[in-house]
Design a protein around this ligand. Structure first.
Ligand code: NAD
Ligand code: UDP
Ligand code: UDP
Length: 357
C-alpha cells in the first residue's frame, strides 16, 4: 500500500519528487476516535462534507450516537463501538490521516456521597488516564502499522497552573503530578511524549494540537465544564455556580474555529505542538455576565468552593498557529454562545421527556 504522508519534518523521509496529483487528491480515510463526542462529531461533519471517508470509534462514554446520527446510512461513514484502551486492528485500511480525540471530562460537582458513586468517580480518573495513555499508544501502534498520519488532540492543561502568561508552546508547564487533576494533565503530557517518541523512533508522521477551552452545540450536558454548566443552569432558571472568587480566567473558543484549526494542522507540514484557542480572556464572573446577557438577564450567581489545583489563568499565545498554519479563530464569545443555546434547549427538553438523543 502507498504511504501518502511521509514524515515531513525529517528530511531523510522526504518523498523523492512530486506526489502525482491523482494520489495527492485521492480522498482520505480518516479514523476519528471519540467521533461521537462533542469535538469529534463536529470534525466528522467537516470531513464528510469535504468528501472524506470517516470511521468513528467511540465507547459512548460521554459521546452519543445522536451527535452523528445524521450520517447513518451514508456509505462514507462508519461508527464502531470500541474502547481504545484495547488494541484494535482495522484491516484493509489504506494510508490516511488518523485523528485522535478522546475523553475530556473531570467530574467536579460534589457527588451524592454514596460509596458506589465515589468508587465510580475514582475509577473514572483511572479510566481517563488509561484512555489518554493506553488509547494513544494503541492508536500510535495502528498508525505505525498502516503508515497513517496521526493527530493528537492534547490540551492546554499540559501547562497546569501556568507561571507564564499567555502560554506559548515553548512553555513546559507547571503541573502537580499527584493532584486531583493529574490523571488528565499528566495523561495528556504522557500522550504527547508517546506521540513524539513514535515520531522520532518509528517515523510515524504526527501532529499535536493543544486545545484550549472549547464550547458549542453538542457539548456534553452534564460533564461539569463551566460553559455547559452556566448555559444549562440559565435555561433551567437555576443560579449560575461560580467556583471560588470567580476571578480565575479562561479563554473560550467556538467549536467551528477549533475544527478549522485541526484540519489546517492535519493538512499542514508542521508537527507542532500548536496552541488552538481563542485569545479572548474572561474571568468566570465575566463569563457568567455574558451567559446572563445571552439567556436570562435575571439569572442569579451562587458562589461555591473551588476545586484543588484549579489553574488561576489561561490564555493562548497563538502566534505560531497564525504564522505556520495561517489560522486564527473568528468567532467571539458573544457571537458563539447564542449558537449553542437552541441545541441545549432542545436536548434538555428531550431529556426531561425521557428521550435519549
Ligand atoms: P467529549 O467527552 O465530548 O468527547 C470524547 C469522546 O471520546 C466521547 O464521545 C467519548 O465517548 C469518547 N471516549 C472516551 N473514552 C474513550 C475510550 N476509551 N474509547 C473510545 N472512545 C472514548 O469531549 P470533547 O470536548 O469533544 O473532547 C475531545 C478531545 O479534545 C479530547 O481529547 C479532549 O481532551 C480534547 N480537548 C477538548 C477541550 C474542550 O474544551 N472541549 C479542551 C482541551 C482538549
Ligand atoms: N496496536 C493496535 N492496532 C494496530 C497495531 C498496534 O491497537 O493495528 C497496538 C498494539 O496492540 C500495542 C500498541 O498498539 O499495544 C503499540 O503498538 P507497537 O507495534 O508500537 O508496539 P508493540 O506491539 O511492538 O509493543
Ligand atoms: N467553574 C465554575 N463553575 C462551574 C464549573 C467550573 O466557576 O460550574 C470554573 C472552574 O473552577 C474553572 C473554570 O470554571 O476555574 C473552567 O472550568 P472547566 O472545567 O470548564 O475547564 P478547565 O478547568 O478544564 O479549564
Amino acid at each position: 500500500s502507498s504511504n501518502l504522508f511521509s514524515v515531513v519534518d525529517q528530511p531523510r523521509y522526504r518523498p523523492v519528487g512530486r506526489v502525482p496529483a491523482q494520489i495527492r487528491n485521492r480522498r482520505k480515510r480518516i479514523v476519528v476516535t471519540g467521533g461521537a463526542g462533542f469535538v469529534g462529531s463536529h470534525l466528522v461533519d467537516k470531513l464528510i462534507a469535504r468528501g472524506d471517508d470517516v470511521i468513528g470509534i467511540d465507547n459512548f462514554f460521554t459521546g452519543r450516537r445522536g451527535n452523528v446520527v445524521h450520517h447513518f446510512g451514508n456509505p462514507r461513514f462508519e461508527l464502531i463501538r470500541h474502547d481504545v484502551v484495547d488494541p484494535i486492528l482495522l484491516e484493509n485500511f489504506l494510508a490516511g490521516i488518523l485523528s485522535f480525540s478522546i475523553l475530556d471530562t473531570l467530574f467536579k460537582d460534589d457527588p451524592i456521597p454514596t460509596l458506589g458513586l465515589y468508587l465510580w468517580i475514582e475509577n473514572l480518573d483511572i479510566r481517563l488516564y488509561k484512555t489518554n495513555v493506553m488509547g494513544t499508544l494503541n492508536m500510535l501502534g495502528l498508525a505505525k502499522r498502516i503508515g497513517a498520519r496521526f493527530l493528537l488532540t492534547s490540551t492546554s492543561e499540559v501547562y497546569g497552573d501556568p507561571l507564564e502568561h499567555p502560554q506559548k508552546e515553548t512553555y513546559w508547564g507547571h503541573v502537580n503530578p499527584i493532584g486531583v487533576r493529574s490523571c488528565y494533565d499528566e495523561g495528556k503530557r504522557t500522550a504527547e511524549t508517546l506521540t513524539m517518541d513514535y515520531h522520532r523512533g518509528a517515523g510515524v508522521e504526527v501532529r499535536i494540537a493543544r486545545i484550549f477551552n472549547t464550547y458549542g452545540p453538542r457539548m456534553c450536558l452534564d460533564d461539569g465544564r463551566v460553559v455547559s454548566n452556566f448555559v444549562a443552569q440559565a435555561i433551567r432558571k437555576q443560579p449560575l455556580t461560580v467556583y471560588g472568587d470567580g476571578l480565575q480566567t479562561r479563554s473560550f473558543q467556538y467549536v467551528s474555529d477549533l475544527v478549522d484549526g485541526l484540519v489546517a494542522l492535519m493538512e499542514g507540514e508542521h508537527v507542532g505542538p500548536f496552541n488552538l484557542g481563542n485569545p479572548g480572556e474572561f474571568t468566570m464572573l465575566e463569563l457568567a455576565e455574558v451567559v446572563k446577557e445571552t439567556i436570562d438577564p435575571s439569572a442569579r450567581i451562587e458562589f461555591k468552593s473551588n476545586t484543588e489545583d484549579d489553574p488561576h489563568k489561561r490564555k493562548p499565545d497563538i502566534t505560531k498557529a497564525k504564522e505556520l498554519l495561517n489560522w486564527e479563530p473568528k468567532i467571539s464569545l458573544r457571537e458563539g454562545l447564542p449558537r449553542m443555546v437552541s441545541d441545549f434547549r432542545n436536548r434538555m427538553l428531550n431529556e426531561d421527556e425521557g428521550k435519549v438523543l
